[in-house]
Design a binder for this molecule. Structure first.
Ligand SMILES: NC(=O)C1=CN([C@@H]2O[C@H](COP(=O)(O)OP(=O)(O)OC[C@H]3O[C@@H](n4cnc5c(N)ncnc54)[C@H](OP(=O)(O)O)[C@@H]3O)[C@@H](O)[C@H]2O)[C@H](O)CC1
Ligand SMILES: [K+]
Length: 513
């Protein structure tokens, strides 16, 4: 058997992957069980978890009245522990339980018994909106990793009555499915802070769940990290420590071609798209970009891009000849290609046959809506596809209806043999063997025309400089977000390329957020 994480994509650091892993509720359950088998009692974990929740309340809010909403499983158990600690710290506590206390089991039953024993009167009320009266803070411990259907009845009624009261959610806001971030937004509360344990879950980072979690606080409760070697989680949060060691280094012995030589296909109409992509690749540090442009538009490209070589090409034959330059290290096609232009299919297939890494974006994907397999069959070298959800649905209509964005990207990568970067506020990048990351660095202002062209150009630039494709795609998504954050409000895509060098340099020192 190979050692754990030995099959990670090239350029991805195994220790960082373990730090940044996102665990599904099932995987988290396994980590729990392994820790318990190794000698830590489950109740010890619950006591530490409940204390972390109580600390989160005390750190953020003035002492007051807390409503603790408890469910029938161990999430509720954490709530009982937190309630007891907060009462001992001077908080006035009201606790509501979904179901009957006598039906609680295991650690949750123990936590409830400890809470009752420490209280002088009957302090377990039925869960109802009444519990919320006078609350200055709400602890949501109704459902966590064990949620298996949408909340109904008094749970749904109480959760939706929380309104604008500040919420500290235990593990996840109740109603949010940890595996995929799905939730009924009419019921699931929006937390100020979500306290989770050991590692984050996909649902903390995927939409819509992510926006309901507030600040995510990941607490160490004593889960055995060696459990990760057994579980080998295949999803991680995109952070520089994953790929910083694979960022291309500069060398005094390079010349402009050996610093990366990228060909960018320029289309006849949306000239700005290929220009933005070219600029991003240049700012990623490639030594040379050739823009293969239609003859008529070549002067416009030349005016916009003094430092790129613009080849004015009469026809598709000229384009294919251009690809025969043996010095090329990658090619990008799609931004501004146009879905009507003659020869577009042949050009995309030419790029795929060229035996250099290919980056396909925008129209290069959409024009294969009727024959996606022909796109995948012609791949001669590593390939990166960078669709937004609309383009994805054209190429992978059956996958676009899955209820999990990570699975969509994974299955598309498996089918196409490409690395797939599925864009959005919660961009997912997957490789064909199932490794995937979720990116959370992009601000909402990145939803702007031209930003995708910059992302494709940045990824292409890093790949042209020799960065392995999956690592480069992860780096590009992250750095694109960092640059956008720097640009602030009023961002236009033209702002981004010039902000990339600083973002790249800062990420060379691994930073764990
Ligand atoms: N290492 C850790 O992360 C630790 C986590 N802890 C906490 O434990 C929970 C997970 O506990 P679990 O008991 O597995 O699950 P829940 O408490 O989330 O919920 C399970 C119970 O809820 C019922 N359920 C599920 N969905 C619904 C629903 N929509 N309506 C009503 N009831 C629902 C389910 O009942 P069934 O009818 O399906 O049988 C269960 O009774 C984790 O999130 C952490 O908070 C530990 O405390 C420490 C270690
Ligand atoms: K919860």
């Amino acid at each position: 058997m190979s050692s754990p994480f030995a099959n990670l994509p090239t350029g991805i650091d195994g220790s960082a992957w373990k730090r940044q892993a996102l665990l599904t509720p099932v995987e988290m359950g396994r980590a729990d069980s392994i820790t318990i088998e190794n000698g830590t009692p489950g109740y010890t974990l619950m006591l530490v978890a409940g204390e972390a929740v109580a600390d989160a309340v005390c750190d953020r809010f003035e002492t007051g009245t807390v409503a603790v909403l408890c469910g029938p499983g161990n999430n509720g158990g954490d709530g009982f522990v937190a309630a007891k600690i907060l009462a001992s710290r001077g908080w006035s506590v009201r606790l509501g339980l979904l179901g009957d206390r006598t039906e609680l089991k295991g650690d949750a039953a123990q936590a409830a018994a400890d809470w009752v024993a420490a209280s002088s009167e009957e302090t377990v009320e039925p869960l109802s909106p009444e519990i919320l009266t006078d609350a200055t803070v709400v602890i949501d411990a109704v459902f966590g990793a064990g949620l298996n259907r949408d909340p109904e009845g008094s749970a749904a009624e109480t959760l939706s009555a929380i309104g604008n009261r500040p919420v500290v959610a235990v593990d996840v806001p109740s109603g949010l499915f940890g595996a995929n971030g799905a939730c009924n937004r009419d019921i699931t509360p929006k937390a100020a802070v979500t306290v989770t344990f050991f590692r984050g879950k996909p649902g903390h980072k995927l939409l819509p769940g992510r926006v309901l979690c507030g600040d995510l606080s990941i607490c160490d409760i004593g889960i055995d990290t060696t459990a990760l070697n057994v579980i080998e989680p295949k999803l991680a949060l995109n952070r520089p420590d994953l790929w910083a060691s694979a960022l291309p280094e500069e060398s005094p012995f390079h010349h402009k071609y050996s610093r990366g030589y990228l060909m960018v296909a320029g289309g006849p109409e949306m000239i700005g798209a290929a220009c933005l992509a070219t600029r991003a690749a240049q700012r990623a540090g490639v030594g040379m970009v050739t823009v293969a442009a239609p003859l008529a538009q070549a002067p416009l490209y030349r005016l916009a891009l003094q430092s790129a070589v613009v080849r004015g090409l009469k026809d598709t034959r000229g384009f294919l000849d251009c690809l025969e330059d043996a010095r090329l290290t990658a090619a990008l096609i799609g931004p501004g290609l146009g879905d009507e232009a003659a020869g577009s299919h042949e050009r995309v297939l030419g790029v795929l046959r060229a035996n250099i890494p290919a980056i396909l974006d925008a129209d290069a994907l959409s024009i294969f809506a009727d024959s996606p397999d022909s796109l995948f069959q012609h791949r001669a070298a590593p390939m990166l596809l960078t669709p937004h959800m609309g383009e994805f649905a054209r190429l992978f209509p059956d996958l676009s209806t899955l209820d999990n964005k990570v699975e969509m990207a994974r299955r598309a990568a498996e089918r196409s043999g490409a690395v797939v970067l599925l864009k959005g506020y919660d961009t997912v990048i997957a490789d064909p063997s199932g490794w995937a990351v979720v990116n959370d660095s992009a601000p909402p202002t990145l939803a702007v025309a031209g930003a995708g062209d910059v992302l494709a150009g940045l990824a292409a630039g890093l790949i042209a400089k020799g960065m392995p494709v999956f690592a480069a795609a992860c780096a590009a998504a992250y750095l694109h977000g960092v640059a956008a954050d720097r640009a602030g409000s009023g961002l236009i895509a033209e702002d981004l390329p010039d902000l990339l060098p600083e973002a790249i340099e800062r990420s060379r020192i691994p930073r764990v957020r």
